[in-house]
Design a binder for this molecule. Structure first.
Ligand code: UDP
Ligand code: MG
Length: 137
């Protein structure tokens, strides 16, 4: 078993897509190990995306991620990190295959509906950024 960290981003939560996306997660066979609604401050969004701080999109991305509530989750399954990234599709919804969450629910390369960890080390860091040990099943 493996765990990954996922976010339903503020664009999707704001468009009332939390239920459909959680449904797709469960249909795909993930077990939800933790789940919470959060409203990130700009500073918290900057901390979460610190690896991107020198990118041209950093300011806009962190404004967006702190613009409204988001759902943070820990998902478990065999090969969860790669499996969740495959279900989301690539960063740009315009390049994502039919059936992927970003293709179905994303509206731009920034407002792409979901986040997923890209490696075991980032999954561990990102889970720890949002969840304490006692909140994890
Ligand atoms: N992003 C953006 N413009 C870009 C690339 C990325 O606004 O040109 C945003 C987008 O919301 C993306 C996030 O920054 O999900 C993190 O980028 P990353 O390259 O890590 O993509 P991801 O791992 O989310 O697919
Ligand atoms: Mg990434």
């Amino acid at each position: 078993m493996e765990r990954t960290f996922a976010i339903i981003k503020p664009d999707a939560v704001g468009r009332r897509l939390t239920g459909p996306i959680v449904g797709r997660i469960e249909q795909a066979g993930f077990t939800i190990q933790a789940l919470r609604l959060v409203r990130l401050t700009k500073r918290e969004a900057e901390g979460f995306y610190a690896v991107h701080r020198d990118k041209p999109f950093f300011g806009s991305l962190t404004d967006f991620m702190s613009s409204g509530p988001a759902v943070v989750m820990v998902l478990e399954s065999p090969d969860a990190i790669a499996k969740w990234r495959a279900l989301m599709g690539p960063t740009d919804p315009g390049k994502a295959a039919p059936g992927t969450l970003r293709r179905e629910f994303g509206t731009s390369i920034e407002r792409n509906a979901t986040h997923g960890s890209d490696a075991p080390e980032t999954a561990a860091y990102e889970i720890g950024y949002f969840f304490r040990g006692m909140e994890l099943l």
